[in-house]
Design a protein around this ligand. Structure first.
Ligand code: SF4
Ligand code: SF4
Length: 182
């Protein structure tokens, strides 16, 4: 009898306990993600010059062990008009997230601080090809990651696209009738 009562009390106690699991996919019940959590790779945005860090150099594409990345570069119009230090810029980028093993090699080999392991980790999509993330999605993931964290480029002196300020030139003396005036 006493054992039965103890069992009943335990059942009542457990019934009143808050659930320790999250009800997927209810966004209001998601568990917080650790700052160091490694989700899918995302492309970062150079706020100093309003363009991506990625130059499309293909180093990460060649190093990816599952060959799930592709990239194409183009001439940077901002370089042509002198408003960026990046001669080339990314035109197309795609990662097949269903093949990505989140190894982080693409981040390690990038020389341009252009890619980071974001906090995005959900793969379920309604579309058949929904796990293929193209450039706009990868940049949106990167911007969200930058807003959530205190991410800064590791080599800002090398990788920020904003060109250095040109020193102001001193006014030239005027010549009046062959005589130089100051
Ligand atoms: S993410 Fe980095 S390594 Fe990959 S293409 Fe862009 S600049 Fe090159
Ligand atoms: S994390 Fe690894 S598998 Fe995923 S895209 Fe980068 S290099 Fe490829």
């Amino acid at each position: 009898m006493l054992g039965n009562l103890k069992g009943l009390l335990l059942t009542l106690k457990v019934m009143r306990r808050e659930p320790v699991t999250a009800q997927y996919p209810d966004p209001s019940k998601r568990l917080p993600i650790d700052k160091r959590f490694m989700g899918f790779p995302a492309l970062l945005w150079d706020n100093s010059n309003d363009e991506p860090f990625c130059t499309g150099c293909m180093v990460c594409v060649r190093a990816c062990p599952t060959q799930c990345m592709s990239a194409e570069m183009k001439d940077n119009p901002k370089f042509a008009d002198g408003t960026s230090r990046r001669r080339k810029i990314i035109e197309k980028f795609e990662i097949n997230l269903s093949r990505c093993i989140l190894c982080g090699i693409c981040v390690d080999v990038c020389n341009f601080d252009a890619i980071e392991m974001s906090h995005e980790h959900e793969l379920s999509k309604f579309e058949r090809n929904g796990a293929r993330a193209a450039l706009p999605q990868l940049l949106a993931m990167g911007k969200k990651y930058q807003a959530e964290t205190t991410w800064q480029p590791k080599q800002p002196e090398k990788n920020l696209g904003k060109p250095p300020e040109k020193p102001a030139t001193a006014p030239q003396p005027e010549k009046v009738g062959g005589v130089v005036t100051s």
